[in-house]
Design a protein around this ligand. Sequence first.
Ligand SMILES: Nc1ncnc2c1ncn2[C@@H]1O[C@H](COP(=O)(O)OP(=O)(O)OP(=O)(O)O)[C@@H](O)[C@H]1O
Ligand SMILES: O=c1ccn([C@@H]2O[C@H](COP(=O)(O)O)[C@@H](O)[C@H]2O)c(=O)[nH]1
Ligand SMILES: [Mg+2]
Length: 197
Amino acid sequence: MSEIVRAPEGTIVIFVLGGPGSGKGTQCNKIVEDFGFVHLSAGDLLREEQRNPNSKDGDLIKSYIKDGQIVPMEITVKLLSKKMQESKSNIFLIDGFPRKLDQAEYFGKNVVEPCLILFLDCDKEVMKQRLLKRGETSGRIDDNIETIEKRFKVFKEESLPVVERYEKEEKVRKIPCNESVDEVYLKIRSIIEGLNK
Ligand SMILES: Nc1ncnc2c1ncn2[C@@H]1O[C@H](COP(=O)(O)OP(=O)(O)OP(=O)(O)O)[C@@H](O)[C@H]1O
Ligand SMILES: O=c1ccn([C@@H]2O[C@H](COP(=O)(O)O)[C@@H](O)[C@H]2O)c(=O)[nH]1
Ligand SMILES: [Mg+2]
């Protein structure tokens, strides 16, 4: 796997954060359609790496995901950095990362500081119902009630402090996400359209 490389000057990174099932992937897909940013889902990259029979990290990744725990950051940051290096774009939506304070520090120091955090704020019960429904067809090893509960705990204890960290830097836009996909997206679109105004 390639090494972690600092992003070139002018690279713009938006972190899309929120609890499991808050709609990060769904909303990122809509942003990509309208704005053409490059969407990197840390979870998707880890799942792809886990499926790669040549990866030395596959078994480790699988055990962390199945248990709803956070994979050691060197693995995730390498995957993100590789995709960024391969891309011709300089605007990235990074979904579901950073999940811990040390990951936020590490990425900022070694890759790039984000300019904006979109925080998708959704009620736990709403997220749980979405994930259970998704689990009927997703095939994800973590879309089951036992792992979902663990993911909620990890999100509250480890990942919410990341949002609080960026709130101190006034980089966070909080978006209520209990409503329909289109209602949520209208709010997100207006935030993105307002950038640089
Ligand atoms: N606003 C919404 N209203 C109803 N269903 C939604 C909404 N947003 C997303 N969903 C559905 O909820 C499920 C979870 O959405 P999505 O995969 O986008 O969430 P996520 O935040 O990326 O979750 P994860 O952290 O598990 O990757 C999907 O089945 C999606 O179709
Ligand atoms: O930065 C990351 C992102 C994800 N993980 C692990 O993957 C699963 C699923 O992530 P989603 O964002 O829900 O697709 C997550 O529960 C973690 O186990 C990670 O470790 N680090
Ligand atoms: Mg997702």
